[in-house]
Design a protein around this ligand. Sequence first.
Ligand code: 5GP
Length: 193
Amino acid sequence: MKLLKEKVMTEGIVLSDQVLKVDSFLNHQMDPELMREIGGEFARRFAGEEITKVLTIESSGIAPAIMTALELKVPMIFARKHKSLTLKDDILVEKVYSFTKRETNEITVSKKFLSDSDRVLIIDDFLANGEAAFGLARIVEQVGAAVVGVGIVIEKSFQPGARLLVEAGYRVDSLVRVASLEDGVVTFADELD
Ligand code: 5GP
């Protein structure tokens, strides 16, 4: 996705060989126009899949996920990372190791928002080792619903998440694929094709 690639090139900050900071348009300040484009792009890519719900994880997945859900005209659910006092019983729980926080969180979704007839599109901001995406997929599968695919805004292709998800049978569609962050430079995968 050209617009997103330009944003990453002009505003992305390489924090290390492993971590890219995009807090000017996705992870802190958010760019609504760009989020709308992202939602439209995911909706186009997954058109015809009869998606009934979009699922993400708080907090940075929420903006791209809600825009995608708006385009697909379906509800969006975000998994919570911290137990809510109002979310007591009837919850689906999975453990997810956080790449950025280096801690394991229990992510939760209320059972009342997913059923075995749902066809779910998982959306997240980044894909690194696939922990978040696998955790969300396990939540969907706990109720016997189908994971239609995983839509990622920025995939770091040098980390194993995309490969592991594809090997597990999931469709992964990433809007930009970063091949390397070495020497403080963002190299995109399609520049190496
Ligand atoms: P994974 O679960 O695939 O290992 O990592 C993906 C999650 O970690 C995303 O939800 C995202 O919040 C965070 N993450 C992973 N890599 C990066 C990165 O390079 N930059 C930022 N800002 N977040 C990342």
